[in-house]
Design a protein around this ligand. Sequence first.
Ligand code: G1P
Ligand code: ZN
Length: 543
Amino acid sequence: MTMQQIKTTPFSDQKPGTSGLRKRVPVFQQANYIENFIQSIFDSLEGIAGRTLVIGGDGRFYNDVVVQKAIKIAAANGFARVLVGQGGLLSTPGASHIIRHYKALGGIVLSASHNPGGPDGDFGIKYNIDNGGPAPERITDAVFARSKVIDSYKIVDAPDVDLGKLGTHKSGDMIVEVIDPVADYADLMETLFDFDALRALFAGGFRMQFDAMSAITGPYAHAILEGKLGAPKGTVINGTPLPDFGGGHPDPNLVYAKPLFDLLMGPDAPDFGAASDGDGDRNLIIGRNIFVTPSDSLALIAANATLAPGYRNGIAGIARSMPTSAAADKVAEKLGIEMHETPTGWKFFGNLLDAGRVTICGEESSGTGSNHVREKDGLWAVLFWLNILAVRKQSVEAIVKEHWATYGRNYYTRHDYEEVDAAIANALVDDLRAKLPGLVGQGFEGMTVSYADDFSYSDPVDGSVSGKQGIRIGFSNGSRIVLRLSGTGTVGATLRLYLERYETANGHLDLDTQSALEPLIQLAERLSGLRQRTGRAAPNVIT
Ligand code: G1P
Ligand code: ZN
């Protein structure tokens, strides 16, 4: 084996976004593109010698090639050991747990989450630190700075590792352990949830459909739901991970998981429907006859947390991303616990979780999780719901309606305008930002603007400040308009418009969501000119 130092030239576009470096596959296929980025990560870390690195991905196209490169670059950079999931696979929450459980220095997670895969689809590389969570901006900034000046990378001249075979292998002098991607994660879930109660639920005839969307949660869901919990075979559909997700779009929302939604609204609906995304960190929760918004799901899980054994002693606090509805705030208020509003992206929850200030976190974009790992966790949310259903012995619909009748209802929707011309999108955001100071105190549609700003977050744990995190226009009655640019899109710009209206517990709790929000949708158009300036008649995706 020889360690080689290969000359390279930098790329100018390796800036990690909301969740790692995400680009179209052909971009990653450029000579040295992967090597430069991974070397830039390692150059930004301290204390590699003698430590363990975790590597795994969601199995999308190019996963196999990148895993082998990452192993060889890790070996040349002095890691003592790499833990890699069999077949190069690990779900994102699975990887987070493995990093924590085996006290690794960090992990390289290969995924573009819910974005489509295949040769013309997306790919992504993300570095997670030793707490199992996405690297904070201090590290991603250092990686980007390094990537702009890098002139060589290190790699061992060794054969590929047989990732199909569990057990100990070598790459150069480095040990490579090929591990079962599911086993440790399944054990962790068993410590958090009442598996006996869940077995009894399924034995009693409870019917569920879990759509793994031909992505990474298939093996996890088969092993846990059908294997450990005895759910009937066929409960998990699309359970084999495919490099192109079967040509589908592995985003568990009402557009891409429409068949599941239709099933749950139909005459022969099972009791419960759920889905997860490309890398297993997002979740979709649908009861018979009712879709549970991710913001409501966060609030409901927090309110019912003590029903699950892992949370029996209560939760320390809740955190939600800024665009997520304030439904969880009402729960925190009632429980008398801390509530935090953070910028979009899971990485902002890491410090709060590490400091023990919050236990449950969530984002409106179908992300829910807790202090058990440092990523959001799709299957965890599904198991939490099952645990709640098993204990309360009520339907999802009854539980949600009871929640609204206690806390009030936060009507909520997100409108996405994808692949918008970047210059138009940026100008639109800039123009709206410029208007903000003049809006405070003004009346619209019978409501008064109580604040209008570009969200800035000051981390209460390390004091770091993250500015320009999205425009918020808040009204005195709890309604909100939020507008921000996506940090994960790979083509043009994606504008996300978030709308929220609060109804008290004795208000109108049964309205249709889009109609309930129509006045706010129109007001957002009036203030931003979004549809007019982008030339779009309607959003591409409504969630
Ligand atoms: C999107 C979601 C955000 C989530 C991220 C990664 O980011 O909005 O909540 O954390 O994907 O899954 P965005 O494209 O909006 O920057
Ligand atoms: Zn994801």
